[in-house]
Design a protein around this ligand. Structure first.
Ligand SMILES: [Fe+2]
Ligand SMILES: [Fe+2]
Length: 270
């Protein structure tokens, strides 16, 4: 069998919808937009059980993903099961299972914000730093010029509004499911996931940095450690995508005790 190539955005069968998604994302995700989304979505006012949130991803297909067209919950179970099959730590298995759960944002979302089923440019896809120059390592770099921040001389330099070497924990990334879940779990009182797990959740979509090698002027020593964590996790996020279909109820008995160990038993506030 021919080896499958992942993330081939120029492949003939990659739909025009993927490219159009990235055009809108690059155009609309400005620093101002990101600040507005933080205010709007980081409210932690909606209690919802972890498993209920998982089930909501049964009705969401990620339009930005050229590699899989199954509901997102399938990708989550596939990732977790691959991590489990490699005998990796239980917290990492759980991280695989929940890493894309921030996509439940669509429950509160709107077309206008790009956070709905129909318009996902504020929710999924590779993210980049806002407030500094967009790097050529973004997918479809030809869309970088569409972002109005790139006309602003305060923003369109390698460090933009940031201090050199400030590190990626201290910048704003394009708004999406990574940052949303990270902040929700950060706010969750009974979260005891290790720092590595939180890094995997927060930066797994930050491809221009972790795979493109961009932002040399912004990263610091801590980020070199983060990079190893992300590279390790990325194998499971990317190369486990298949058409194999799971049933959440079949794996629940295994994952529920792990989830309770690291996240407690109460609801999560979204
Ligand atoms: Fe993701
Ligand atoms: Fe993922």
């Amino acid at each position: 069998m021919e080896e499958k190539i992942f993330r081939d955005y120029e492949a003939p069968d990659v739909s025009a919808a993927v490219k159009e998604h990235y055009r809108k994302m690059r155009k609309n995700q400005t620093l101002d937009y990101v600040k507005r989304m933080h205010k709007k979505y980081l409210t932690y006012d909606t209690p919802m059980d972890l498993w209920e949130a998982m089930r909501h991803l049964n009705s969401l297909i990620d339009v930005s993903d050229p590699d899989i067209n199954l509901p997102n919950i399938q990708h989550l179970i596939q990732s977790a099961e691959a991590i489990r099959a490699d005998n990796r730590p239980d917290w990492m298995q759980l991280t695989g299972l929940i890493h894309d759960l921030g996509k439940v944002m669509f429950l509160k979302g709107s077309d206008e914000d790009g956070t709905s089923q129909a318009e996902q440019w504020g929710m999924v896809g590779d993210v980049f730093i806002v407030g500094c120059k967009l790097p050529d390592s973004c997918v479809y770099p030809e869309f970088n010029a569409l972002n109005e921040d790139m006309q602003n001389e305060k923003y369109n330099t390698p460090t933009g509004i940031y201090e050199a070497g400030c590190g990626i924990d201290n910048v704003d990334l394009a708004w999406g499911h990574d940052e949303y879940l990270y902040q929700v779990l950060n706010n969750h009182k009974t979260n005891s996931l290790p720092e590595e797990a939180m890094v995997m959740i927060r930066y797994h979509s930050f491809y221009p940095w972790h795979s493109g090698g961009a932002y040399k002027e912004i990263v610091n020593e801590k980020d070199a450690k983060y990079l190893e964590i992300i590279k390790d996790f990325n194998k499971y996020d990317l190369y486990t995508k298949s058409q194999k279909v799971y049933d959440l109820d079949e794996v629940l008995d295994y994952y529920q005790p792990i989830a309770e160990k690291y996240l407690g038993t109460g609801p999560i506030y979204w």
